[in-house]
Design a protein around this ligand. Structure first.
Ligand SMILES: [Zn+2]
Length: 457
C-alpha cells in the first residue's frame, strides 16, 4: 500500500479498544487519515511511504481534546487577582477586561490561545460559547490548522423586568441558527455550535431552541454550570429543584450536551447525567485557582462510577496545556478522598482524548490512533530529563511530562508543529502583537496591577 507518511519506531499509546501500547510501533498516514498502525515490523511490511519520519526517541499519543476553553481571553492572563469571590473576580475584573478588548485584540488573543494549544499537543478544542465578535474571530483563526467548535456569546434571560424577554430569546436563538448555517460542520476544521454561556443566563425557551438547532444539524451544545453554589441556589429558588434536574425536566439533556465545571450539583442529579448520556467537562486548573470546591465536594468519582462521560478543559486564560490538566486530575481526588485508587493515570488520559472526542460527537473521528481515524497525532520528545529513564510511558506521560515536551503535532494529516515550532502561525510576530495588545487592553481598563509585593518600574 502506498502511503504519504510513515512515522516509524515510536512508542505508541494508541487508546484503541484494547488500549494497546506498542513499544516499537509505526503509524502510516495518507491524506487526513491513519491508514495503518501497530508493530513497526508489521506496518513497514505493509506500506510504501513517500516520506518516512524517524520516530525513535518519541512517544506518540492521539491529539488532546480540550472541551472547555475561552479562546479570546488569553490577553488578560494573570491580571485578575486571585483572592476574590467568584462573582467579584468575574464581574469586576475578568468580564470588564474582556469586554474592553477591541476586535483586533480578540483576534490576536484567539490566535495566541491556538498557538498555545497546538504547541502543547491539543489538536481539537471546544470553545466556551463566549466569542463576542464572532465572524471576525472565525476569520482570525482560519488557517491555524487546529480542529475546533466555537460559539457566540449567547444568553437571553431578562434579569431586568423592563426588558422584552421574548425579544431577547428570539435574537439569541436566531443568531445561533445563523451561525450554524454560515459555519456548518461539513468537514471543515472549525465549525460553529449553538453554545450557551449557561449558569442561570438562558431561559428554558432558549435551551429548547438551541437543543433543536443542535439536534437538527447533528451538533452539540456546551454550557457552564455549577462552578460556584449560586447556580444551584438560583434554580432551587426559582424552579424548585437543582439545575440538572431542571434541564432534565425540560428535556434538553442528552449525548450532545456538554456541561462544564459541575462542582455544585447534588448526588440525586448524577444518575440523570448518566441516564441521558450528558457529557461533563471538569476544569481542574480553574477549580483549584477559583476555589470552586472540586476536591471538597465534587462528585467526579461518583460520576465516573455511574458511567458519565467525563472530559477535561483548561477554561480561561492561564494555561492551555492539557497535560497539566491530566496531571492535576490524576492527583486531585487521590488527595481529596485519601484513596490512591481514584483516577489512576490512564483515566485522565482517557478523559483528555476519548472522553473529549465523545463529548464533541467526534468519537468515530478522533481520540485514538486507529485505522480510519483522522491523523491527529502528537510526538512527545523523550530525550529530555523528565522522560529519562523511560520506565513506563503512561505513568511518565501523566506524572513527569508536560506540554513543553511536545515536539511534533499533526492535525488532519498536516504537520502543524515541527521541532517545537508551529508551522501555521508566525510565532515571533504573534508574541510581539500579543504583548502590545495585552498592554493596550489593560491600560484602557484602568484596573490596577495588584501584587503582594512592590512593583518597581
Ligand atoms: Zn468557562
Amino acid at each position: 500500500m502506498n502511503v504519504d507518511t510513515l512515522i516509524s519506531g515510536a512508542i505508541l499509546i494508541t487508546m484503541n479498544e484494547g488500549r494497546e501500547v506498542f513499544m516499537d510501533g509505526a503509524i502510516a498516514i495518507t491524506g487526513d487519515r491513519i491508514v495503518a498502525v501497530g508493530r513497526r515490523e508489521d506496518v513497514e511490511a505493509e506500506v510504501t511511504p513517500r516520506e518516512t519520519i524517524d520516530g525513535r526517541g518519541f512517544v506518540a499519543t492521539p491529539g488532546f481534546v480540550n472541551t472547555h476553553v475561552h479562546i479570546t481571553e488569553p490577553l488578560i492572563k494573570g491580571y485578575t487577582p486571585e483572592a476574590l469571590p467568584f462573582d467579584e473576580g468575574l464581574m469586576r475584573w475578568t468580564i470588564p477586561l474582556y469586554e474592553g478588548q477591541t476586535v483586533e485584540e480578540q483576534g490576536v488573543g484567539a490566535r495566541l490561545a491556538i498557538l498555545s494549544m497546538l504547541r502543547t499537543g491539543t489538536t481539537t478544542f471546544l470553545e466556551a460559547g463566549t466569542m463576542i465578535a464572532f465572524d471576525e474571530i472565525m476569520a482570525a483563526i482560519e488557517g491555524t490548522g487546529i480542529r475546533g467548535r466555537t460559539g457566540r456569546w449567547t444568553l437571553d434571560r431578562a434579569f431586568d423586568p423592563a426588558q422584552d424577554q421574548a425579544g431577547l430569546t428570539e435574537t439569541a436563538a436566531s443568531a445561533l441558527a445563523e451561525d450554524v448555517a454560515r459555519y456548518p460542520d461539513d468537514g471543515r476544521l472549525i465549525a460553529a455550535w449553538p453554545n450557551l454561556i449557561g449558569h442561570q443566563t438562558a431561559t428554558d425557551e432558549l435551551w429548547r431552541r438551541a437543543k433543536a438547532i443542535a439536534d437538527e444539524n447533528n451538533l452539540g451544545i456546551s454550557a457552564h454550570m455549577g462552578p460556584a453554589s449560586n447556580d444551584d441556589a438560583w434554580y432551587r429558588a426559582n424552579e424548585g429543584h437543582g439545575p440538572i434536574e431542571h434541564l432534565d425536566a425540560i428535556g434538553v439533556l442528552g449525548p450532545n450536551i456538554n456541561l462544564v465545571h459541575m462542582v455544585h450539583i447534588s448526588a440525586e442529579e448524577v444518575p440523570l447525567l448518566a441516564k441521558s448520556g450528558t457529557n461533563v467537562t471538569y476544569c481542574p486548573g480553574a477549580s483549584l485557582k477559583g476555589g470552586y470546591g472540586g476536591s471538597a465536594i465534587g462528585l467526579f468519582p461518583e460520576m465516573y462510577e455511574a458511567g458519565v462521560n467525563l472530559a477535561l478543559g483548561t477554561d480561561g486564560s492561564d494555561t492551555h496545556d492539557m497535560m497539566r490538566m491530566i496531571t492535576t486530575m490524576a492527583g486531585l481526588f487521590k488527595d481529596a478522598r485519601m484513596d490512591t485508587h481514584q483516577f489512576p493515570a490512564h483515566q485522565p488520559l482517557e478523559m483528555a482524548t476519548l472522553g473529549g472526542a465523545k463529548a464533541m460527537g467526534l468519537a468515530d473521528q478522533i481520540g485514538s490512533l486507529e485505522v480510519g481515524k483522522k491523523a491527529d497525532i502528537v510526538l512527545h520528545d523523550t530525550n529530555r530529563p523528565e522522560w529519562r529513564p523511560l520506565n513506563h510511558p503512561i505513568n511518565q506521560l501523566v506524572w513527569s511530562a508536560d506540554g513543553r515536551g511536545v515536539h511534533s503535532v499533526w492535525v488532519d494529516g498536516v504537520r502543524v508543529v515541527d521541532a517545537f515550532r508551529c508551522t501555521t502561525i508566525d510565532e515571533p510576530a504573534l508574541l510581539i502583537e500579543a504583548q502590545a495588545a495585552g498592554e493596550a487592553n489593560i491600560a484602557r481598563s484602568g484596573l490596577p496591577l495588584l501584587c503582594a509585593w512592590p512593583i518597581i518600574q
